[in-house]
Design a protein around this ligand. Structure first.
Ligand code: ADP
Ligand code: ZN
Length: 738
């Protein structure tokens, strides 16, 4: 009577770190407007907790009389769109994830755990109509005010508390609540958004850009691969395609890699679209992130520009999704919940019947393959918007240098070109893919290398704080002066890091401002911005940095790029190592000559003849692709196979072994049923055996057929693992196999 009989809310409760991935049933109070996607408070055991309504049905598998009602609505309106609920189902099935972990991706963390101090209004409602009708007959006839209140409530059934209290006073209302005749709920007071589409004109697009925009906007659904060289003006293409979408009353998602989301990119979008843009990245405070999310939810903002997680933006009626630098590994989440942003974007694009654009100067081998076989539409932009040639690349063989007595990390070639830049009052960018001073200190006598006690990795020497640091967990150690193994006192430094390069450059060019950008110099919130804007206003100047400087930056005065060491990327034991190295070199080189001045690149390497460098130095992506795809085909790697890894991590080795063996034996049975589809199957320790004190083991597999059948079977097999002591996760084509 007071509940919508036949209306059962299916709720996922938000309990941190629990193994519960069940859907619970709750009754819906009659006056409560509960829709799918609502964020609610429900009784759970002896407490109340938050939960998400993912479905509303007529029946329950439980005894309806025993079900409890939803206690309150935390927001008036649903906060999870039906589309995202569907996406949750897709992701839980496709990636073997828990529903609650996926739902959490959809919401800013401040929203949960009651952290948001939103404005609430209280609602009073009749709890039991019959009991109230009966009670009214028993009230003393001189209690006029009480009778009036009861009559009023029988009539209206629910009313805002403040209005009700104005009429009848709080005392009587509370009395009836205590008698169980009325009930109080909290509802959130949402402000009404106002938004108008106002667009400013930008640069005039060239012919190729116009064609690209047309190509995107004429695509009804499916994926477009925008293969455009660095500086071809892809950002303008995205912005103009998005503008068309807005004019049709639709919304758009624009993703960039986290480190590619530079202040420049954000301000480009802000300048063009103003308040219609919401920006989402890890540099925002919790409150700021919440505000951006809310602007999208209530329709005030129509475009989200952000890193990976912005793919879950609460937008309706999406007309375009763009993933810039689509090859970037940050688009694959490699911690729980694990997912591939491109696949998730494709699911959202299908739902909205809109195109997905993948942009890159160096597409992933998988994406380019899909464009070759017609699964993606391909659009090429082979020239720079400024008509400048791509910067000429010189390869410097560092072994040759050693013979000539060149021992530093800056070759004489790079040195003389730097001198020229300085004379011309231009700028140079020096890339080195390692922060710190040098990678390790090795005992010359016995070869001992200090490692982190919590992680299975060598420590890196940081000269500035004269410490050794673990780059996995940030633990710091005293510099050792005596080898704990043999007592030796002579240590040799390993591969060079950013600090050492800066030291060397300062010695070579004492009067030139030298900036350094890496994880160590950009810890504080505005550091990133400060370094870049100071650099932008200094001529001549040199900027030294890690991957952070490789993407997204557009400094017109950079005429020289020096790649001090890219070999690190090349020598990783991973089938994607060559691909990554190619991408990195091309991206970094692409920072040169973006304005009116011609740029050039010096690439230093100890593997001067490696085919990666041969193709990269002539910007021959297609040549590189052909070589690489042939290799993948003969060696059975993606896109010709699917790599599956089941990762086990925990504190106790024997616990890991127990679960590993149980899962291994179950998968073995699957393999016996599909022997031809398993090209590889092995249980081993992970290359990095320990991270943050957790031991790590894995079952590695490669499938070459029947994935649709076998992967769900593997998920089932993994379900038998006891996850109380050991974390067990399945990864599909992981970006990182360490
Ligand atoms: P990409 O993302 O393809 O590397 P960008 O979008 O950053 O390239 O553009 C490179 C540079 O070219 C930028 O400075 C941009 O302002 C400029 N640019 C882009 N399109 C045009 C155009 N049509 N006319 C003039 N300059 C342009
Ligand atoms: Zn560590």
């Amino acid at each position: 009577m007071c509940y919508n009989v036949n209306m059962i809310a299916k709720v996922i409760v938000d309990i941190g770190n629990s193994e519960v991935d069940k859907v619970f049933d709750y009754l819906i109070p009659e006056s409560m407007q509960v829709s799918i996607g609502a964020f609610v408070r429900v009784p759970f055991g002896h407490r109340t907790i938050e939960g998400f309504v993912i479905d509303i049905c007529e029946n329950s598998d439980y005894d309806i009389d025993k079900l409890k009602p939803i206690q309150s609505l935390i927001f008036d309106n649903p906060i999870i769109k039906p589309e995202l609920i569907q996406l949750m189902s897709y992701m839980t099935e496709h990636y073997h994830l828990r529903k609650v972990d996926v739902l959490r991706l959809f919401l800013p963390s401040e929203l949960r755990n009651g952290k948001v101090k939103a404005k609430y209004i209280s609602i009073i409602e009749v709890k039991d109509y019959e009991a109230l009708s009966e009670a009214i007959t028993k009230v003393r006839s001189n209690a006029k005010n009480m009778i009036a209140l009861m009559e009023y409530m029988l009539d209206v059934k629910s009313e805002e508390l403040t209005n009700l209290a104005d009429k009848f006073g709080y005392a009587n209302i509370n009395k009836l609540i205590n008698q169980g005749l009325l009930i109080k709920y909290e509802n959130r007071d949402l402000r009404t958004p106002n938004s108008e589409v106002k667009l400013t004109e930008g640069v005039k697009l060239n012919e190729l850009q116009l064609k690209a925009v047309d190509c995107i906007n004429n695509t009804k659904g499916g994926t477009v691969l925008l293969f455009g060289v660095t500086g071809s003006g892809k950002t303008e293409v995205y912005m103009n395609a998005i503008k068309q979408v807005l004019l049709q009353g639709k919304t758009a998602i624009m993703l960039v890699p986290e480190i590619g989301l530079t202040p420049q990119v954000a301000s480009n979008f802000k300048n063009k679209f103003g308040d219609l843009v919401a920006i989402m990245h890890s540099g925002l405070s919790a409150g700021e992130r919440y505000d951006e999310w809310e602007k999208l939810l209530n329709g005030e903002a129509k475009i989200v520009v952000g890193a990976r997680s912005a793919i879950f933006a609460p937008l309706d009626n999406i007309g375009l999704i763009v993933i810039d630098e689509e090859h970037d590994s940050s688009y694959v989440s490699d911690s729980n919940p694990r997912y591939n942003t491109i696949e998730v974007a494709q699911a959202r694009a299908r739902y909205n019947n809109c195109p997905l654009v993948l942009g890159s100067a160096t597409p992933s081998i998988e994406s380019f393959y899909k464009a070759q076989i017609g699964e993606y539409k391909l659009f090429e932009m082979p020239v720079r918007a400024n008509r400048q040639a791509l910067p000429k690349m010189t390869i410097v063989d560092m072994y040759q240098g050693l013979f000539m007595g060149d021992y530093g990390s800056i070759s004489s070639t790079l040195q003389s070109k730097l001198s020229q830049v300085i004379k011309d009052k231009k700028q140079a960018l020096i890339f080195i893919n390692r922060r710190g001073f040098a990678s390790f200190k090795r005992c010359v006598n016995c070869g001992f290398v200090p490692t982190c006690s919590d992680c299975d990795v060598a420590l890196v020497y940081h000269k500035e704080d004269n410490q050794l640091k673990c780059h996995f967990c940030d633990k710091r150690y005293k510099v050792i002066t005596k080898c704990p193994q043999c007592g030796g006192e002579v240590f040799r430094e390993g591969a060079t890091g950013t600090q050492k390069v800066v030291d060397e450059l300062r010695r070579l060019f004492p009067d030139v401002p030298i900036f350094r950008m890496d994880n160590d110099t950009t810890k504080t919130k505005d550091a990133h911005h400060k370094i870049l804007s100071e650099f932008a206003n200094s001529y001549p100047a040199i900027l030294v940095g890690t991957q952070m400087i490789a993407k997204g930056h557009d400094f017109p005065f950079i005429t020289l790029v020096g790649i001090v060491d890219a070999d690190l990327a090349l020598h990783q034991a991973d089938y994607r190592a060559t691909e990554r190295c190619y991408q990195l070199v091309t991206q970094v080189a692409g920072r040169a000559g973006r304005g009116e001045y011609t740029g050039e690149v010096v690439l230093q390497t100890y593997s001067a003849r490696h085919y990666v460098y041969t193709y990269a130095s002539s910007y021959d992506y297609v040549g590189f692709y052909k070589k690489e795809i042939a290799l993948r085909k003969t060696t059975h790697f993606p896109p010709f196979a699917t790599i599956i890894r089941v990762l086990f991590s925990g504190d106790v080795l024997s616990d890991i072994m127990t679960e590993l063996k149980a899962v291994h034996d179950k998968i073995l049975l699957i393999k016996d049923r599909y022997p031809n589809d398993f090209i590889f199957f092995k249980a081993v320790a992970c290359p990095v055996k320990k991270i943050k004190t957790k031991l790590r083991y894995q079952i590695l597999m490669r499938l070459v057929g029947n994935e649709d059948i076998i992967i769900p079977l593997i998920y089932d097999a993994v379900n038998i693992a006891n996850t109380k002591k050991v974390n067990v996760f399945v990864e599909l084509n992981p970006q990182n196999l360490s």
